[in-house]
Ligand binder design. Structure first.
Ligand code: EPZ
Length: 421
C-alpha cells in the first residue's frame, strides 16, 4: 500500500487547476444507461472511483473508452442488469445505476451497499422513491431485486432523518425522466452535482424543472438521446486546496474553481482570517495577517457547510486561536480522523456529534493512517502544516477522490512524494 511522505511547514504558493467533480460525474456516467446512443463526457477526473463506475458499465455490457479527461460510451445497449457485490462493495455511488436500469429496462439486480467507515449509510430513501413510482423491490442474497415495467409519475417527499439525500435525489430523477406522467420530488437535494446531472439529462432530452431547488418537477419522455457534456469543477477538491492555502500561510490561485459553489466555506475562511478574491476564472486565496481565528462550524446539506470538507476544516482549526467547535449534522459518526490528528499534537475531544478543538501553537509530524477519502485529505493538510516529517499510509483512499494530489501540491511548493510499496 502506497504512502505519502510530507515535509511540513512550507507555505503553498502558485496555481492549482481544479479537476472535474467526482460526485457529479459518477451519476452522470450511470445516466448514460438511459440511452443506447453514444455519449461523450469530458472534464472527467482520473480517479479510482471513476474507473469503478466504468467497470460497472462494462460489466453491464456497455463499451467505454477513456482518453485523457474524456469518456466515450459507445452506441449499444445493456446486456445484463446485475451490478455485482464485487464492484458495488468498493464504491457506494454504484447504487446510482439502480434508477437508470429500472427506468430503461424495467428490472435491476444491484448489490445492497454495506456500511461505511463514515457511519451508517442507509438507502431507504432511494427505495421509498422508487416504490412511489411503482417499482416492486425485494432484497435477496444481499441484492436489491427491482422490477417495474409500467412506472407512473408521483409526488415524492424525499427527506430523511438527516435531511435531503444527494444520490437518492439523483436516482429518482434518473428514473422519473423515462417514467410516464409528472413526478415531483419534494425535499430534493440542492447540491450542484444534482443540478449538473439535471443539466446532462436535459441535454439528452429530459424535461426537468426546479433542479437545484428543493422541488424538482419531471415530465417523463419516451426516449432520451446521446450527448456530449462537460462536468462541473470539483467543489470539494477546490475547498480542500482553499483550506490548504490558509492552513500553510500560503497563497493559491485555484483555476477553474466556481466561487458560487463554495460560499459556506468562503464565509468561514474569511471569518477565521483568510483573504479571498473571486475571479471569473477561479478563486485566489491567501492567509491574512496574524493567527487563525477559532470558528463554530456545522455541516449541513447544500448550501450549508459540506460534510465532505469537515475533516479538512478540522485540521486547519487545530492551530486556531482558542476553542473551535465542529458539529456534524450529515454523518454524525464521521470523526475517525480525530485520533490521528491528536497523534500529531492536536487537542480535540468528541462530545456526541460535536468536536471541540483547542488550538495549539503547531502540529508535529507523525506516522498516521488514513481511514476514508476526506479524512485522508485532512491528514495530508495536517502534514503540510506540521513541523517535521509526516507519513500518511493507506492513501488508496485519496486516489479515489483527488486527482494527482502529490503532483498538484508539489507544483505549488510542497515537499511531498509517494512512497510505493
Ligand atoms: C453523497 O453521498 C456524496 N457521494 C458523499 O461524498 C457526500 O458525503 C454525501 O453525498 C453528503 O453530501 C456522492 O455524491 C457519490 P446522502 P450520498 O444520501 O448521496 C442519510 C465523498 O467523500 N440517508 O446525501 O450517499 C445518510 O445516511 C463522499 O466524496 C438516509 O438516511 O449521501 C446521511 O446521513 C462520501 N437514507 C444523509 O442522508 C438514504 O436513503 C445524507 O446522505 C440516503 C441517505
Amino acid at each position: 500500500m502506497d504512502r505519502l511522505a510530507i515535509e511540513g511547514g512550507i507555505p503553498l504558493s502558485g496555481t492549482i487547476t481544479i479537476s472535474g467533480a467526482k460526485n457529479a460525474c459518477l451519476p452522470i456516467l450511470a445516466a448514460t444507461i438511459l440511452t443506447d446512443d453514444r455519449c461523450v463526457i469530458s472534464n472527467v477526473p482520473d480517479l479510482k472511483d471513476v474507473y469503478t463506475m466504468i467497470d460497472i458499465l462494462n460489466s453491464l455490457g456497455r463499451e467505454i473508452t477513456k482518453t485523457g479527461d474524456k469518456v466515450e460510451i459507445s452506441e449499444g445497449s445493456v446486456k445484463n442488469v446485475t451490478a455485482s457485490y464485487e464492484l458495488v462493495s468498493t464504491m457506494r455511488a454504484s447504487i446510482s445505476v439502480l434508477g437508470p436500469l429500472i427506468a430503461r429496462y424495467g428490472e435491476a439486480r444491484v448489490s445492497f451497499p454495506g456500511g461505511c467507515v463514515i457511519g451508517p449509510r442507509p438507502i431507504d430513501l432511494h427505495l421509498k422513491g422508487l416504490r412511489a413510482l411503482g417499482v416492486k423491490i425485494r432484497v435477496e442474497e444481499g441484492y436489491i431485486l427491482a422490477e417495474g415495467k409500467e412506472l407512473k409519475g408521483n409526488r415524492i417527499y424525499l427527506g430523511g432523518h438527516f435531511g435531503s439525500s444527494v444520490l437518492a435525489t439523483s436516482n429518482i430523477l434518473m428514473t422519473a425522466v423515462l417514467t410516464d406522467g409528472e413526478t415531483v420530488i419534494e425535499n430534493a437535494a440542492c447540491e450542484p452535482e444534482v443540478l449538473d446531472l439535471a443539466g446532462f439529462l436535459s441535454g439528452m432530452g429530459a424535461e426537468i424543472k426546479g433542479a437545484g431547488t428543493p422541488t424538482i418537477r419531471v415530465r417523463g419522455v419516451k426516449k432520451l438521446k446521446g450527448i456530449e457534456y462537460s462536468v462541473i469543477p470539483d467543489r470539494i477538491e477546490t475547498g480542500t486546496y482553499m483550506i490548504a492555502a490558509v492552513a500553510t500561510n500560503g497563497k493559491l490561485f485555484l483555476k477553474n474553481a466556481l466561487p458560487e459553489h463554495n460560499l459556506a466555506l468562503t464565509d468561514k475562511l474569511i471569518e477565521c482570517g483568510g483573504e479571498i478574491e473571486e475571479r471569473s476564472d477561479g478563486i485566489e486565496i491567501r492567509r491574512g495577517e496574524g493567527k487563525i481565528n477559532s470558528l463554530d462550524v456545522t455541516t449541513l446539506t447544500y448550501p450549508g457547510f459540506p460534510t465532505d470538507l469537515q475533516a479538512q476544516m478540522m485540521s486547519l482549526l487545530t492551530i486556531a486561536n482558542g476553542l473551535s467547535v465542529i458539529t456534524e449534522k450529515v454523518y454524525p459518526e464521521r470523526f475517525i480522523h480525530i485520533s490521528e490528528l491528536n497523534r500529531m499534537g492536536a487537542e480535540i475531544i468528541l462530545e456526541g456529534a460535536t468536536a471541540i478543538i483547542k488550538g495549539v501553537d503547531k502540529l508535529s509530524g507523525a506516522r498516521v493512517m488514513a481511514s476514508d477519502l476526506r479524512a485522508s485529505a485532512a491528514l495530508v493538510l495536517a502534514g503540510l502544516m506540521a513541523e517535521g516529517h509526516t507519513e500518511v499510509s493507506r492513501i488508496y483512499h485519496l486516489d479515489r477522490g483527488y486527482e494527482r494530489i502529490e503532483d498538484k501540491l508539489s507544483a505549488v511548493g510542497a515537499k511531498v512524494h509517494r512512497v510505493k510499496e
